[in-house]
Design a protein around this ligand. Structure first.
Ligand SMILES: Nc1ncnc2c1ncn2[C@@H]1O[C@H](COP(=O)(O)OP(=O)(O)OP(=O)(O)O)[C@@H](O)[C@H]1O
Ligand SMILES: [Mg+2]
Length: 368
């Protein structure tokens, strides 16, 4: 059986000058044929990771391997990788056909092969019949597809996409999300997609790497990351959450808001200070004295499928609730939740705990 790992980063650190560490000891694996997303706020290092994979940059420390071979020193044009840039970088003076054919002409491919390959790539992105159109006569979404055709015509093993949808309006963007996902399935090549839009990441990916400050904060499937955020940053960045401080009494018993609650998490130090996440949709409204937390309703918005209700507890912490039930603004209500709705996160993860967690994650993957 061939190794499914196509790219491996092993303790990669990137510094652009002597002071700033842009990537800090980053390790991860990319598996063949899957759709990956790098998700994180501006400046967290997403494009830097793509540039390292593409070979436009060499890591300051650590190693990068491709199909099991170290590629730190392999130049960009010798890598089986193509990039779709945010601004598409198409040639405005060339028509659609010539834009897609450009790389093949540079490689001195025979004319008839060029024609066949370009037509096939255009067919893949649903641009049959657009060969002689000028780039300037194409819409944003069509240009985006030309850029993808130009990348896949080289038959890369990996396609890197750096925020390719950010210039599109919401409707087109949603359409292109489906198209890209579908294209990845049909082509069967590995996509590494960059976005700072969490909904986009959740909708499209097999696996997401959440980045902040040059570190992978968490990696996993969209459901892993949504349901089990590892820390406050991830919980806050992915979806809406209620985050409160607490203490882990022992495995499966946590204290917050002055009470102890059963939960499903273990593996913490006794009495470890933790943070608790409860998603707004996991809270159920009850009569004031029947819930686990008593709150006063501050405001309420109707969001189409649910009410978004903002409440405050006695300690002054805000609780956000998504409910199909309406609440009375100004009145008291109770909030009920299951043990499984409580997600316990480490508050201050030590360096060793971070390393241990990454190693456990790696071992888990390897055992798949
Ligand atoms: N050539 C460079 N020289 C010095 N610093 C750089 C260089 N390129 C990027 N940086 C810095 O490295 C950090 C990470 O940049 P990067 O482009 O990887 O971020 P990003 O996650 O892609 O952000 P965005 O979402 O804004 O595109 C930023 O602080 C940026 O200013
Ligand atoms: Mg970027």
């Amino acid at each position: 059986m061939s190794d499914p790992t196509i790219i491996r980063f092993d303790r990669v650190t990137q510094r652009y000058d002597d002071q700033t560490t842009v990537l800090d000891n980053v390790s991860f694996e990319i598996r063949r044929g899957k759709f990956y997303t790098l998700l994180g706020p501006s400046g967290c290092g997403k494009t830097t990771i793509l540039r390292l994979i593409a070979g436009f940059l060499q890591p300051t420390e650590g190693s990068i391997s491709f199909n099991g071979k170290l590629i730190n020193q392999v130049p960009a044009n010798k890598r089986q990788v193509n990039t779709v840039f945010q601004d598409y970088a198409l040639f405005p003076h060339l028509n659609v056909f010539e834009n897609v054919a450009f790389g093949l002409r540079v490689k001195k491919m025979k004319n008839e092969d060029i024609t066949r390959n370009v037509k096939e790539a255009l067919r893949f992105v649903n641009l049959d019949g657009y060969e002689s159109r000028e780039i300037t006569e194409m819409s944003g979404g069509q240009r985006q597809r030309v850029a993808i055709a130009r990348a896949i015509v080289n038959e890369p093993e990996i396609l890197l996409l750096d925020e390719p949808l950010s210039a599109l309006d919401l409707k087109l963007r949603t359409e292109m999300q489906y198209e890209l996902r579908e294209l990845q399935r049909r082509l069967g090549i590995t996509f590494i997609f960059v976005t700072h839009d969490q909904e986009e990441a959740l909708a499209m990916s097999d696996e997401i790497f959440v980045l902040d400050k040059g570190r992978i904060q968490q990696s996993g499937t969209p459901t892993d990351i949504y349901d089990e955020p590892i820390n406050r940053f991830v919980a806050d960045f992915i979806g809406e959450s209620n985050i409160v401080g607490g203490r882990m009494i022992r495995d499966y018993l946590v204290e917050f808001n002055g009470r102890r609650f059963e939960c499903v998490d273990g593996g913490f130090r006794p009495n470890e200070e933790v943070e608790i996440v409860i998603r707004p949709e996991d809270l159920e409204i009850t009569a004031a004295d029947q819930g686990k937390v008593k709150v006063r309703v501050d405001s309420q918005l109707f969001r189409g499928v649910h009410y978004e209700i903002s409440c405050y507890d006695d300690g002054g912490s805000e609780w956000l609730v998504h409910s199909t039930k309406k609440a009375a603004v100004g009145g008291e209500i109770g909030l009920q939740f299951d043990p499984g709705a409580i997600h316990v996160m480490r508050f201050g993860e030590t360096e060793e705990e971070y390393d241990k967690r990454l190693a456990a994650y790696q071992a888990d993957r390897d055992g798949d």
